[in-house]
Design a binder for this molecule. Sequence first.
Ligand code: ZN
Length: 220
Amino acid sequence: MRHCRYGLRLTLVLGAGMVLGACTGSGWTDRERMIISLSDSVMFVTTLPQDSVQLRTPSIDVGPRELQSDELKTLMAKMLRTVTDPSQDGVGIAAPQVGINRRIIWVQRLDKEDEPFECYVNIHIDSLYGGTRRGPEGCLSVPGYRGMVTRSNNVIISYSDLESGNTVKEEIEGYTAVIFQHECDHLDGILYVDRADTVYINQAWMEELKQFDYTRPDWW
Ligand code: ZN
């Protein structure tokens, strides 16, 4: 998900993940090992339309034996460098956006002090609730566009603890919950433009920003 540069955190980028044998996960493929080891610390970001196959392919879990692998550690570090690079300025990124169809995302926890980026492996959204909110989103994989998307206010996520392998559940609310929904959509091959009721290109987006009421208490 991309940061908005108007003093506002309009971010969007995300994904959602799907299964395909994802219950048990599997080991790294030769192709995945090559992408992880050979890519620069700031990875190539897949974009529409040229990388549509990669972006539309559902992602699978990381296997239990790979949770502490060097490949996962390297991939996580490079994804973080990529989403925080000034050229991207994102608040979230999903593994398919760097060419890896695994259920791995980084999310900037805007709901926590100091707003740290945190990584979630084998993440799934268990439930959506608490009503909905409509707001602008953008995506590192759909450069130059923004769109208005309706999302749930609250999510319950589950993911793998990297040390124990145990499943951890967590409840997220507010705008950070929107980031999780956007990123987890990526893991299911879904892009925000699929959900947007309106999509804008640059100038049109600027006009929309002027009209959007960011003072609404339900926005953040
Ligand atoms: Zn995105």
